[in-house]
Design a protein around this ligand. Sequence first.
Ligand code: SAM
Length: 275
Amino acid sequence: MKIHETAFIVSTYRSYHEDISKDIYAKLWNNTKTELLIPSILKSISKDEAILHSLRNRFFYERINSFFTKNNGGTLINFGAGFSMYQFIIDDTVSTIEIDKREIIDYKKNKIDLWVDQNKLPYRETLYTAIDFNQKTEKEIIEMLYPLIKKKPTFILLEGVLFFLDQQTTNKLFRVFNKLQNQGDLVGVVSYLPEIEKTEVYQRLLNYFDTHNSTNDSFNHQTIATSYYKKIKGYRLQEHIDEFQLSKIYTPQNSFIDKTQLLNENMYILENYKV
Ligand SMILES: C[S@@+](CC[C@H](N)C(=O)[O-])C[C@H]1O[C@@H](n2cnc3c(N)ncnc32)[C@H](O)[C@@H]1O
């Protein structure tokens, strides 16, 4: 499996539960190759993956939407954006900067431009930037992004990415965020807790990646303790919730019983402060 295929998979998950994810445009990315892969993933890893990813999307949609409503617009900066479509379901005063690897960014820009021309999508001011977080230095990333931020405040999203990065790159990204943001700006981020490594469902996930990984697309399997987010320079932890808890809010009739059976991810909202 290539990393970019994971972006197709999570986007397809969101399209299967539009009522939960609220992402009415995710289905534009659906394709046969991905739809053929999904049944075997749900069977060999966990049947709940599509709902869990839709809950995650719903959480960030709610937080992004309320931040920009409160502030009358600003810029959404989406690191590892994949096929996220938040900008099309939030207010049109918000500008978006999408960052991902070159292959995703080029493909996404072409498709979005086409769909806007065809009136399948509303127009939104969006800039696309190709950056590999492992390869560019802190200074290079800041120099690329800083001039692009025209509207403040900013909400930085790092969703579904940290699993693939190592700790050094993660630390670098948070230093970049602190340089790009001002007091009161937010970061939304998601990761697994280290405890999950002991669960069978997580071992099935690793096993799936190991057996389906292509040789030249290597990545890490990072988990992060909540204490990490309490110590990031320039940020205070504003909110922490996991998908297990989100299911009680957004799908109370079908909420989960046992979180150790789930690939339960943890969502964090961090607020920037300047000393
Ligand atoms: C599982 S997808 C998540 C996409 C999107 N954020 C979402 O939640 O739907 C992971 C994304 O992270 C991107 N990514 C992973 N490693 C990266 C790196 N080193 N540099 C830039 N992007 C990376 C992938 O290309 C992919 O689009």
